[in-house]
Design a binder for this molecule. Structure first.
Ligand code: SAM
Length: 179
């Protein structure tokens, strides 16, 4: 989020056709819940376009990028690398340390799709489980970002939107953002 060290989500192992929707949802969740950028590995240009389109309509800043290889990103990351995995340390045990680290340094949050190569576990500064049960990378990312930002992301402001949703008890209202 603005005025804080950046948080970047790295999505591994995109399989065209199989992972398209999940990869898009990783990007949308990263954007909505406070991350600054998403990196999609592989042939994920459709996901990037969808995320860019949402950012153009509903605001940013948020960047989505397609990259060829994740290893240089992890290896050269100048900050903290967090890999979300059901085998990791419990998020409730490490969240305070991670918030403290994020006050000083950028955080790279790595999420998988299929089997994650072991070097990712080794290169990560933290392997973190959102429960130690198998579920979804989108769910894990959402809970993790909420813990990292401690709820602050729910109040963030959006720049450059061409529309704003007015929260309502019932019904839908979308207005000009300057209204
Ligand atoms: N079977 C794969 C493996 O062993 O690496 C993981 C498949 S899972 C559907 C895809 C991704 O969801 C994982 O790479 C991880 O990032 C995330 N994930 C699933 N369950 C999780 C959990 N309990 N905590 C954190 N992340 C989780």
């Amino acid at each position: 989020m603005q005025d804080e060290p950046e948080v970047v989500v790295l999505r591994l192992g995109h399989r065209p056709g199989r992972d398209d929707r999940m990869t898009t949802h990783i990007g949308l969740t990263a954007r909505a819940l406070g991350a600054d950028r998403a990196l999609f590995v592989g042939d994920a240009s459709q996901s990037r376009e969808t995320v860019d389109d949402i950012t153009a309509r509903f605001g940013g800043p948020f960047e989505a990028e397609v990259i060829e290889s994740y290893r240089p990103v992890i290896r050269e990351w100048d900050g903290v690398v967090v890999h979300l995995t059901m085998y990791g340390e419990r998020v409730q045990d490490v969240e305070a340390d991670l918030r403290e680290a994020h006050a000083e340094k950028p955080v790279l949050v790595v999420v998988g799709a299929e089997k994650v190569p072991f070097d990712v576990y080794e290169e990560a500064d933290y392997n973190v489980g959102v429960t130690n049960q198998p579920h979804s990378e989108v769910a894990a990312l959402a809970v993790f970002l909420d813990r990292l930002f401690d709820g602050r992301q729910l109040d963030r402001e959006w720049d450059g939107a061409d529309r704003r949703v007015v929260p309502m008890e019932t019904g839908k209202r979308v207005v000009d953002p300057d209204e």
